[in-house]
Design a protein around this ligand. Sequence first.
Ligand code: NAP
Length: 325
Amino acid sequence: MKILVTGATGFLGKYVIKELLDHDYSIVAFGRNEKVGKALESERVQFVKGDLSSIDELRQAFQDIDAVVHAGALSTAWGPWKAFYQANVIGTQNVLDLSREYAVKRLVYVSSPSIYAAGKDQLDIKESDAPKENHLNNYIRSKLASEKLFSDYPDVPSIILRPRGLFGVGDTSILPRVLRLSRKIGIPLIRGGEQLMDMTCVENVALAIRLALEAKVAHGQVYNITNGEPKTFKYLIETTLKGLGEPIRYRKIPAGLVAGVAYSLEGVYRLFHLKAEPPLTRYTYYLLRYSQTLAIQKAQTELGYYPKITIEEGIDKYVQHDRAH
Ligand SMILES: NC(=O)c1ccc[n+]([C@@H]2O[C@H](COP(=O)([O-])OP(=O)(O)OC[C@H]3O[C@@H](n4cnc5c(N)ncnc54)[C@H](OP(=O)(O)O)[C@@H]3O)[C@@H](O)[C@H]2O)c1
């Protein structure tokens, strides 16, 4: 079977390709970064360069494929709505239109549980708990809007996954940010670091994607994906920093102050149309302050998803890789 993987040149995409190659699939890898894309090419991987917002460029990748993993997205916490709309909403609509036109056997869409983000503790969130709207940032808004498109395509056999907090070797987002912060000013500690975080090893997300491609479940289903082992913020920070041999320096900060700074920074950046991401956003503040865990029973029973790597093993892999490079 030949699978089109959008976002193939990104962090998750490379793990998806590995997981699929290990299970005898062939791949059409789609992305804009030609250098990274060409490096992916092999006997069973063909690279097609293009932008998701151009249906003509995307069409080139739909030739002779059986199924699609749509993991490409503008995936940052800050930026203008137009950019997110083009990449994530129009991009997903193009994927849906072509999936219909080429009658693909399955479309697995990688969405995001960031759509659940709210200023409160939320434990055991179920797929059906998704809000109708969430304008916390343009990324979240675009992911929610892209999910809504699927109801207009009941004839496209699709499954939506919402994997939370991906980490692993090659991560350019979560762990590197934490390390930068730790080295520069220390780790901001709110509520004593006892809030729960529900992370996912990137290898497990790739596994969930393959299972979603193969599962005999009804189409139109949505699944939360995590490691199923929520850990406290403090545990995650200390295990990682100790492993890396880095000092653990906390900065105890009152939650109200962090909130105030995040709101003010966003206001200033918006007022002056600053392109860079503010050093602290309301989304990061929510992540640092509130517990959020997801129910993954639906993925377990319907997809047969059981993580193959534990959080501890995932951190250890990251640490070993970092130490060796
Ligand atoms: N990382 C997380 O914690 C997390 C959590 C939940 C959900 N997700 C979702 O998982 C997916 C993969 O995320 P990631 O962490 O792997 O992000 P990433 O490393 O930033 O990769 C994003 C990928 O999307 C491609 N892309 C972006 N805009 C594009 C466009 N206009 N046209 C074509 N390709 C475009 C990029 O291609 P080029 O670089 O070649 O342009 C890249 O391959 C995304 O859908 C994201 O929303 C991620």
